[in-house]
Design a protein around this ligand. Structure first.
Ligand code: PHE
Length: 341
């Protein structure tokens, strides 16, 4: 009987070594000390022994049971403690470390300028419209009185999808869409991106931002246009800013003009500035009185109504305001650049 017990004790020790987690230890406990566990069965069988052996064997069996119970309990405690220690080492949080500051977003400078101009125009009673970036050749060119041989229609200047669809080269097609869908008096501005096959330089990028304006009413004249241009310039650049109007040509306006402001990079110095190409002036936008053919094609009687239109170059206005000499910066999403505004 004593031999039998000592073998069992060796076996239990080996089993304890092998049980390296809590479920294995619990399984071992059940197999020894559970209702039909080995030690329980042994204790139950003591009654079958002759009385003189029973006492000694009973003592040994009880000791074995107590020893096994203690050994399993302390093995469980040991495993629990070492699991907690390693969790503490790997999952600890150092509350003294500085936190990560969240970067707060802000408006892109182009959008700030758009917002500033929309505020002016809505206060003057204009509606703000947006139009499709993918336009029809009809709205982008034909309805704007652009002859088929006009250079802006060339494949080398315009991103065509097919014979009929292109990336709009200006926001002027929205003049047509506004006249098709509204009756005069019409007062609209159209902010949005426009696209041309331009080489990148100090004043050109293949995508850029315009804001179109259109006013149609009875008796609108060039003086109204000039007054509006001066109002815009004073609103954006301050009361002392100066503009220059240069006669120009656009198929959809007659007469047409280009609006320049004093060069923002060199302040008008005549010596070699790449932004104004040493002229001292920077072209900001085109404008003119809406051509009678354009009014007619969109169903407005040029005998009754007249109007003016302008297309503001928003990238250049933004550059002028903030002294930015490389328009690529508007498209690069560089946080060091954008974070300054
Ligand atoms: N659409 C012209 C351009 O992109 C600008 C313009 C708009 C000119 C309205 C006259 C009237 O160059």
């Amino acid at each position: 009987m004593t031999d039998k017990l000592s073998i069992t004790r060796n076996q239990i020790e080996a089993a304890l070594q092998a049980a390296t987690d809590l479920p294995a230890l619990e399984a071992l406990r059940v197999s020894l000390l559970g209702k039909s566990g080995e030690i329980t069965t042994l204790l139950k069988s003591l009654g079958e022994l002759p009385p003189d052996e029973r006492r000694q064997a009973g003592q040994a069996a009880n000791e074995l049971r107590d020893w096994a119970t203690n050994a399993i309990t302390s093995a469980k405690v040991e495993i629990t403690q070492s699991q907690q220690a390693s969790a503490l080492a790997t999952e600890s949080i150092d509350v003294t470390l500085p936190g990560h500051r969240r970067k707060i977003g802000r408006l892109h400078p182009i959008n700030t300028v758009y917002a500033q101009m929309e505020e002016l125009f809505t206060s003057l009673g204009f509606d703000v419209l947006e139009g499709p970036h993918v336009e029809t050749v009809y709205h982008n060119f034909d309805a704007l009185n652009s002859p088929h041989n006009h250079p802006s229609r060339d494949e080398a200047d315009t991103f065509y999808f097919n014979d009929n669809l292109l990336l709009r080269t200006h926001t002027s097609p929205m003049q047509v869409r506004a006249m098709e869908s509204q009756k005069p008096p019409i007062r609209v501005v159209v902010p949005g991106m426009t696209y041309r096959r331009d080489e990148i330089d100090a004043t050109h990028t293949p995508a850029f931002h315009q804001m179109e304006g259109l006013v149609i009413d009875k008796g609108v004249n060039f003086g109204d246009l000039k007054g509006m241009l001066e109002l815009i310039v004073r609103h954006v650049f301050g009361p002392d800013s100066r503009i220059r109007l240069r006669p120009s040509h656009f198929p959809f306006t007659e007469p047409s003009a280009e609006v320049d402001i004093t060069c923002y990079a060199c302040g008008g110095s005549p010596t070699g500035c790449r932004v104004c190409k040493s002229s001292g002036w920077v072209e900001l936008w085109g404008c003119g009185m809406v051509h009678p053919n354009v009014l007619k094609m969109s169903g407005i009687d040029p005998e009754i109504y007249s109007g003016y239109a302008f297309g503001l170059g928003v990238d250049r206005i933004t550059s002028a305001l903030y002294g930015i000499t490389d328009p690529r910066l508007y498209f690069e999403n560089d946080m060091q650049f954008l974070g300054q505004f």
